[in-house]
Design a protein around this ligand. Sequence first.
Ligand code: ASP
Length: 309
Amino acid sequence: MKNYAIAIHGGAGTLVKGMMTPDLEAKYKSALKEALDSGYKVLEKGESAIDAVEEAVRLLEDSHLFNAGKGSVFTAQGTHEMDAAIMDGKTLNAGAVSLITGIKNPVSLARDVMEKSEHVFLAGEGAMQFADKLNYKLEDAAYFYDEFRHQQWLEIKDTDNFQLDHSVKKDSKFGTVGAVACDKNGNVAAATSTGGMTNKKWGRVGDSPMIGAGNYANNKTCAVSCTGSGEFFIRAVVAYDVAMLMEHKGMSLQEASEEVINKRIIEINGDGGLIAVDAQGNMAMPFNTEGMYRACKSSRGKEEISIYK
Ligand code: ASP
């Protein structure tokens, strides 16, 4: 039996350290732990990495603390538009959705695109028709409402500003969510889900649902889920770049992840972080922001739940 491991993130846009209360910190850590443990249990039972990442991301989507599913940020129209992707490193199958509304667990719709359609990426109205065909139940706006995020939006709603979690230096609670896992058979998988950025408009889509940018998995190298300033992560094709540095330059998972987050993305002024796992169950969780909600657990006995450096 091989080593198995899972890592999750709740976004690289954490509360500035001075503003985090012990109570809030405990809440974040307990939400992370719940998602981590439940994803880990899937691996422990011998089930697949793809099942484990979907399970962990669903739980993070169900928490209002993170900017995905329930806690998604507000768009310029006062709505919620969510993006998600999932990828199986064994088959290189992938599914993604973008600009969807009312769906409780976007990651599961992305998985359905992967498994129940001929396509990889469905967006907007068409993605919603696909969900309807599969009898997805839609949640109303009240389900996604969060007082804190509403305030965040009210502050900038009549301006041309949009707010990426990571650019805010005052109180901000956000965080795209993601999970990567390696199962007992050495198969890896990645999943990422987000509400994007506050006050976004024009059908803005970030890196999270884009295969190769915010999310990627390949048994040959690794599985990666990103969080950060999406525009930069798209241009740097971050998740795929980590895999390519391993494949073509022979870097370890840690070296490749650090190279991308602490060098390449910084060179183009991008900020954020990523979580990654390889087919041996090694994990890396680098970030170049003040903090990143993150957690990991492996069959070798490693366990970590952290927010700051
Ligand atoms: N990467 C996400 C986006 O640009 C945001 C985030 O990670 O918080 O949509």
